[in-house]
Write a protein that binds this ligand. Sequence first.
Ligand code: IPE
Ligand code: IPE
Ligand code: MG
Length: 261
Amino acid sequence: MLDKLGWKKSEKAIQSIDERVASLSQQDVPNHIAIIMDGNGRWANKRALPRFLGHREGMQNIRRITRAANRMGVGAITLYAFSTENWKRPSKEVEFLMRLPEEFLNSFIPELMDLNIRVEMIGEMDGVPEYTSRAIQHAMKETKNNTGMILNFAFNYGSRREIVLAMQRLAQLVKQGDLQPEEITEEVISDYLMTSKLPEPDLLIRTSGEIRLSNFLLWQLAYTEFWFTDVHWPEFTDEKLLDAIEDFQKRNRRYGGLKGE
Ligand code: IPE
Ligand code: IPE
Ligand code: MG
């Protein structure tokens, strides 16, 4: 006979994804989820496979998670795909990562059109190979009239670099006399960041057990809820995304105020 806890556990296990999605409180589904897709290399290592196969498997998982987030009613997802620090990796690995947008995005476009999903990106195209920027720009162009979920890639992105670029542009405006220093507010700074068109993330997910931001969205995550899992990115499933969203829905976001106000 099952004890109370055992019964509850098995009940949760047999609840289908559809049932769980249906019972999410729709007004509390995070509007914007930022994901640090970490652990491709370790996923491969564990299987005695080369790291690049981990990246390929991770790339396939972007499809699954995009579909799942879309189905759950999420407004935007920002996926950390390549950081400004990832150039430190061996050139073979960097080259493989630079080929992924081309390999992945072109074949994904028909489905993105069906799902009405728009591709956006943050990061710098300066410095990435032509074939990489071409693939990203092509996906953005093809999907630009889609009005559903936003699939935002952080590629050759670093938050400090983003802040430096914003500060340089603001300083230039001040120098020209087009902006007074006291006119630089939080809103103005947000408007000059690469995320200016996106709402701030409600939920940040990082896979693979590392508890750090690795130069991701430092300004934008000021009041974001964080959720970490040991699961490597290629194995991060719809169920895990639901776990994160269900957990998010139990959080009490106070923004420095008091509970319930
Ligand atoms: C994340 O996986 C993908 C990128 C950073 C491009 P990693 O390649 O960082 O995998 P681990 O952390 O070495 O396992
Ligand atoms: C962060 O992961 C960058 C991406 C997921 C693209 P890293 O694997 O580069 O981060 P660190 O080196 O563990 O901090
Ligand atoms: Mg890593």
